[in-house]
Design a binder for this molecule. Structure first.
Ligand SMILES: *Cc1c(COP(=O)(O)O)cnc(C)c1O
Length: 435
């Protein structure tokens, strides 16, 4: 399988696509075609475990680049937590993607990417540079923790992440170093870019970034669509996935699953006030905007990076987009009232991102009214545990929520960070003294 940049100027193999992340032409790597799974796989799907599904799907994308035994081992390590589809009402299920070590769905992608990078770097020492505004950094740190030969440098803005997020970035030790930058997230991102393109640093080290555009983060995110389907197909109704979207990686992975043959009836791209994609589907015009701050802040993205991949999948044709995806945008007020309603009706606590996805299912059902199509099973992707957004959730629901032990454990640990002004030369000087 070849991997081709969305801007068509670069063609390579999976190893290089993963180690580089971004293509030289500025595009994102895509498999040259989406592989198909055979009829036998689908017949057998209800009997497969999450790990078995992960292995079969990953193998299609990785081909001969890794042995089956090694891939199995990696998949079993990555997927060592549950991803249950929890019933909220008769026809709505929450696919809980938050049972990993940092309690957000980004664990799935980050854990797979870390192991793939370690495998393809063949023991050559590597330095991973990651700028974060919060949750991506903790999933990356956790994913790479204790991976041989890889040192990770997380750049985060001082005072601009929540206390719990900061603990999740700074308490790892070992091969994870937290650089606390006196500046904004944009400063951190600019520093990361400068580090990655600095000649002297590149001569001394093998550097790579761990951002969300890496194809190794996308591939494993398709596993759980198959897994959810395998659990719910016995209900014998069409299945609709509502995906709370920011950079649209999660949704793109769902599109991969469908193209591989999974009979998903419909996707809903649910967004907060950052409505570039819903607007595009309505008007056919893609207009990036500055991001707007909302209570579902992991989706505050004004120019979603994976739009380029989706465009590629749909041959740049908005009518193709519209066939697969409905897209709706919701305000913070609507999100808050959905959280309150769902809690009151079912006892289920949604985090603000899951609540946006819930609204997408509700809106589609209303739009379809009494039509036969309205009889579907809606699956919302619940991307974070509510305790990760405890400030918002407690304020909206007017009640205390329990912090799971896994998160509490971070709170008890000692913060270890190295402080820097937002000054490239100082950060570079520090890195040059590293081994
Ligand atoms: C990153 C994130 C999202 C958005 O996912 P994309 O793949 O960027 O669309 C949604 N919810 C949470 C909690 C996230 O951390």
């Amino acid at each position: 399988m070849k991997y081709i940049s969305t801007r068509k100027q670069e063609e390579t193999n999976i190893k290089t696509a993963i180690l580089k992340g971004l293509a030289d032409d500025g595009g994102l790597f895509m498999p040259e075609y989406i592989p198909q799974l055979d009829a036998e796989f689908f017949e057998n799907l209800p009997n497969l475990s999450l790990q078995e599904i992960g292995f079969r799907v990953a193998k299609e994308f990785l081909g001969e680049s890794i042995s089956e035994d090694h891939l199995k081992e990696i998949i079993n390590e990555v997927l060592n937590f549950e991803i249950p589809a929890v019933k909220i009402s008769d026809d709505i299920y929450s696919l809980e993607l938050f049972h990993g070590p940092t309690m957000a769905f980004k664990d799935v992608g980050a854990r797979f990417m870390a192991r793939m990078m370690a495998y393809f770097s063949e023991g050559k020492p590597m330095k991973v540079i990651a700028a974060t505004s919060g949750d991506t950094g903790s999933a990356v740190a956790s994913g790479f923790f204790n991976i041989q030969g890889i040192e990770v440098y997380i750049l985060y803005p001082k005072g601009k992440v929540s206390p719990l997020q900061e603990k999740q970035l700074t308490t790892w030790g070992g091969n994870i170093k937290a650089l606390e930058i006196d500046g904004t997230f944009d400063d951190c991102q600019a520093l990361a870019k400068q580090i990655l393109s600095d000649e002297e640093l590149n001569q001394k080290f093998t550097l790579t970034s761990a951002n969300s555009i890496n194809i190794a983060r996308l591939i494993p995110q398709s596993f759980y669509y198959f897994w959810a389907f395998s659990q719910l197909q016995k209900l014998q109704k069409p299945i609709v996935f509502s995906v709370p979207s920011g950079n649209f990686g999660n949704l793109t992975a769902g599109l991969f699953a469908k193209k591989m043959g999974l009979p998903i009836h419909q996707f809903i791209a649910s967004t907060n006030a950052n409505d570039v994609v819903p607007n595009y589907l309505e008007t056919g015009i893609y207009e990036a905007k500055p991001s707007r701050q909302t209570i579902s802040n992991a989706m505050d993205v004004g120019n979603p990076s994976n739009f380029e991949r989706m465009k590629n999948l749909f041959n740049n044709d908005v009518s193709e987009f519209k066939k697969e995806i409905k897209s709706y945008s919701f305000t913070d007020e609507e999100t808050q009232s959905a959280m309150i309603r769902v809690k009151a009706d079912s006892g289920y606590i949604l985090d603000p991102h899951g609540a946006v996805a819930y609204l997408g299912l509700e809106t589609l059902r209303q739009a379809q009214g009494d039509k036969k199509d309205a009889d579907f099973i809606g699956v919302l992707l619940e991307t974070a545990h509510p305790a990760k957004f405890i400030e918002v959730v407690e304020e909206v629901l007017k009640e205390k929520i329990e912090i799971p032990e896994k998160l509490e454990a971070f709170n008890r640990k000692e913060k270890q960070s190295i402080e820097f002004p937002a000054d490239f030369e100082l950060v570079k000087g520090y890195l040059l003294k590293e081994n």
